[in-house]
Design a protein around this ligand. Structure first.
Ligand SMILES: NC(=O)c1ccc[n+]([C@@H]2O[C@H](COP(=O)([O-])OP(=O)(O)OC[C@H]3O[C@@H](n4cnc5c(N)ncnc54)[C@H](OP(=O)(O)O)[C@@H]3O)[C@@H](O)[C@H]2O)c1
Length: 330
């Protein structure tokens, strides 16, 4: 198969390549890395393999691709995803370009892979904060009807790409709107007229689309914090009946999640625990004492892995299995 990674020199793109390597997808497949002109010729080494980055331009394209994993922002996605589709690829895009488009599935594979059809040639990877919280919400929704969600995020600088990581390390403001060192910024993405930010609106819209529940009431507050990697979220969920903590613990004891919940012993999810890991870590699980039907918990996850690259590669694996592997008759 021909697999393209567009945005291969970025934080997400590099991790996509690593995750493909870890999951054995670099063997037997031809991998093509693309980025902007300034990265042309750069070599990226992963395991025992070395790849050269090409400028994303018509002259550097192959005649056919099976898959294209995009992580180069929404402008590049708008401009180039249709070209890769014409060249035969299933495009899995990490940006917000297509997430709200009708007919484009927005997918967390553990939850709604079946939203992808053979003809869904563009597949959107959700926002990182959305992916993290959707795993526990999905399990809760199998036991209870969820009525309302209030979520506050503590988002790492890596979520804004490599320039934002430099801003944290160097005390600069080249990417982030304010100094992040010794600070936090209660604004991620642009301001909307209703007082929310676009990042908060993304969570609101995307959680409903993935859970197939337009009636959900959601309010998000998204904050950038001076942590290099791993997003955290404080989550309050209002249910249709009193929560049972043991049932909820069972909900979180599923593949892709790890419950670390022993407040007395100081055990709970933290960025230093989830860094480099694939799972969403959950803790501080408790009944909300201010309402009968509320439950609160805290999550941490690696926003570059499950929040972006890993989720995209998991989608790719399932697309390969379902649509790109020739079934041989015995
Ligand atoms: N970081 C996260 O946690 C996260 C999570 C979910 C989704 N996302 C989304 O994923 C995308 C990438 O994020 P990131 O954090 O990896 O950003 P990043 O570190 O800034 O990397 C951006 C990548 O896009 C490439 N690029 C920029 N302009 C290009 C152009 N005109 N043509 C071709 N390639 C171009 C860059 O190439 P050069 O190096 O040559 O400039 C680089 O490879 C964004 O849409 C972001 O919103 C990120």
């Amino acid at each position: 198969m021909n697999i393209a990674i567009v945005g291969a020199t970025g934080v997400v793109g590099r991790t996509i390549l690593s995750v493909l390597y870890e999951r054995g997808l670099l063997w037997g497949n031809d991998i093509f890395l693309y980025a902007s002109k300034k990265s042309a010729g750069e070599k990226i080494v992963v395991g025992d393999k070395e790849y050269e980055v090409a400028e994303l331009s018509i002259k550097n394209l192959k005649k056919h691709y099976d898959l294209a994993l995009f992580s180069a922002g929404k402008d590049v996605a708008f401009a180039w995803a249709p070209t890769f589709v014409k060249l035969g690829a299933y495009v899995i895009d990490n940006s917000s370009a297509f997430r709200r488009r009708r007919g484009v599935p927005l997918v967390v594979p553990e939850m709604n892979f079946n939203d992808i059809k053979r003809y869904s040639k563009i597949i959107a990877n959700p926002n990182c904060s959305t992916i993290g919280v959707c795993l526990p919400l999905n399990e809760i929704s199998k036991k209870y009807k969820i009525k309302r969600i209030i979520v506050s995020t503590y988002q790492a600088v890596s979520g804004a790409g490599k320039l934002a990581i430099d801003d944290l390390k160097n005390g600069t403001t080249n990417k982030l709107p304010h100094m992040i060192k010794n600070n936090l910024i209660p604004q991620i993405d642009s301001a909307l007229k209703n007082g929310y930010t676009y990042e908060e609106d993304k969570m609101n819209y995307e959680i409903k689309k993935i859970l197939h529940n337009k009636e959900l009431k959601i309010s998000a507050t998204c904050v950038r914090v001076p942590v290099e990697n791993c997003h955290s979220e404080s989550v309050y969920v209002e249910l249709n009946k009193r929560p049972n903590i043991n049932i909820l613990k069972e909900c979180f004891n599923k593949k892709g999640m790890v419950l670390i919940d022993d407040l007395g012993r100081g055990k709970y999810p933290m960025p230093i625990i989830s860094n480099g890991k694939d799972e969403v870590f959950i803790g501080r699980l408790r009944k909300d004492t201010s309402t009968q039907y509320g439950v609160s918990f805290f999550i941490c996850f690696d926003n570059i892995r499950k929040g972006a690259s890993l989720n995209a590669v998991q989608i790719a694996e399932m697309v390969i299995k379902k649509y790109l592997t020739k079934k041989t008759k015995c």
